[in-house]
Design a protein around this ligand. Structure first.
Ligand code: NAD
Ligand code: ZN
Ligand code: ZN
Length: 348
């Protein structure tokens, strides 16, 4: 089969011929229906030189959906042809965190298929005709009304901001404000998740006009261009109080500075983007009792909740599809800021 592989850190991915995967006991091979192109893949191609518990070569694509193709011994309840989404962070399955479905924060990395990674992040991902999923528990049958192209981005571009928003629900009652910085793949879904699950007013910040317009189309109440006046504009829009919750889907020096400047006392400032910025924390800044946290992806139960929101039409990934032989082009368009929503590679 054909697969888009990252051969080494700091390299361009290559479309190459590889053997078809075969399922071992407990495993499942899916025929890939959609594989989202995440900005994290650009960080893998451009920024990382190691420092992770896993390394290339591997097939890219960590947000995937498709159809059950072949099941290994002992797998029951997944008929070939069933449409499924792949839960991407693969933990050990038995530690305390994994038993609660929080496989992102598995505490037994030696028992996981790849420590703190998954398919497309150390093991082979979905930018190929077929993908090996090492345990049937990582597959969620798609609810009616969702196909693999629509579902693929939900497994990361929606699941990640969903987890970040969900943990801040208590801070988002009527009258509150949430700010989403970066309205790309994750951000345009963060806006919809906030609208569907909270009563907060939603303000987006993005450098690109087309991303701000996309966010407004998807329900944002207000869009702001970054720059000297951005913090003042956000403070003004909140009656001077600031934002109760800020989800920074960029994570650069300047976006974290903006987040710290607009946070409301007692608020949440959540770092989701991995652009490598730092936020100084002193007694007076960010404002009193602002909680700062980073979040990684989401939990297994949360993926079912995200799929339910989408099946009921409450959130929807805006998708541009590309065949597998144009996946590199899709990444270039993502890198050049020429896309809105998510690029999804359709290998079959
Ligand atoms: P994307 O390229 O689709 O979207 C990023 C958006 O941010 C773009 O619209 C861009 O115009 C905007 N932007 C860039 N710099 C900006 C700035 N200085 N101010 C305002 N807006 C700016 O990327 P994505 O796939 O949505 O990923 C976003 C980030 O989240 C990446 O760093 C990615 O690696 C990271 N990520 C983290 C997790 C996690 O689990 N924490 C999961 C997925 C992705
Ligand atoms: Zn990702
Ligand atoms: Zn575990």
């Amino acid at each position: 089969m054909r697969a888009l592989r990252l051969p080494a850190w700091k390299s361009e991915p290559e479309l190459v011929e590889v053997p078809d995967p075969e399922p071992g006991p407990g495993q499942v091979v899916i025929k890939v229906g959609g594989a989202g192109a995440c900005h994290s893949d650009l960080h893998l191609m451009r920024d990382f030189t190691g420092g992770l518990p896993w390394a290339p070569p591997f097939t890219l694509g960590h947000e995937n959906a498709g159809w059950v193709h072949a099941v290994g011994d002992g797998v029951t309840g997944l008929e070939p042809g069933t449409a499924v989404a792949v839960y991407g962070p693969w933990g050990c399955g038995v530690c305390e965190r994994c038993r609660l479905g929080v496989e992102t924060y598995c505490e037994n990395p030696a028992g996981a298929p790849v420590p703190a990674g998954g398919g497309g992040l150390g093991l082979d991902g979905g930018m190929a005709e077929f993908m090996l999923v090492p345990d049937a528990r990582f597959l969620v049958p798609l609810p009616d009304g969702l196909d693999p192209v629509a579902a693929a981005p939900l497994t990361d571009a929606a699941l990640t901001p969903y987890h970040a928003v969900r943990r801040s629900w208590a801070k988002l009652p009527p009258g509150s404000t949430a700010v989403v910085i970066g309205a790309g793949g994750l951000g345009h879904l963060a806006v919809q998740i906030l609208k569907a699950t909270t009563a907060a007013r939603v303000i987006v910040v993005d450098t690109r006009e087309q991303a701000r317009e996309s966010a407004l189309r998807h329900g944002a109440d207000h869009a702001v261009a970054p720059g000297e006046r951005a913090a003042g504009e956000i403070r003004e829009a909140t009656g001077g109080r600031g934002a109760d919750v800020i989800i920074d889907c960029v994570g650069a020096q300047e976006t974290l500075a903006l987040a710290g400047a607009v946070a409301r006392m007692l608020g949440d400032l959540t770092i989701v983007g991995i652009a490598g910025g730092a936020l100084p924390v002193t007694f007076g800044s960010p404002p009193y009792e602002v909680s700062v946290q980073s979040t990684y992806w989401g939990t297994r139960p949360e993926l079912s909740e995200v799929l339910d929101l989408a099946a009921r039409g409450l959130i929807r990934a805006e998708v541009t599809t590309f065949p597998l032989d144009q996946a590199v082009e899709a990444y270039h368009r993502l890198e050049n800021g020429e896309l809105t929503g998510r690029a999804v590679i359709v290998p079959n």
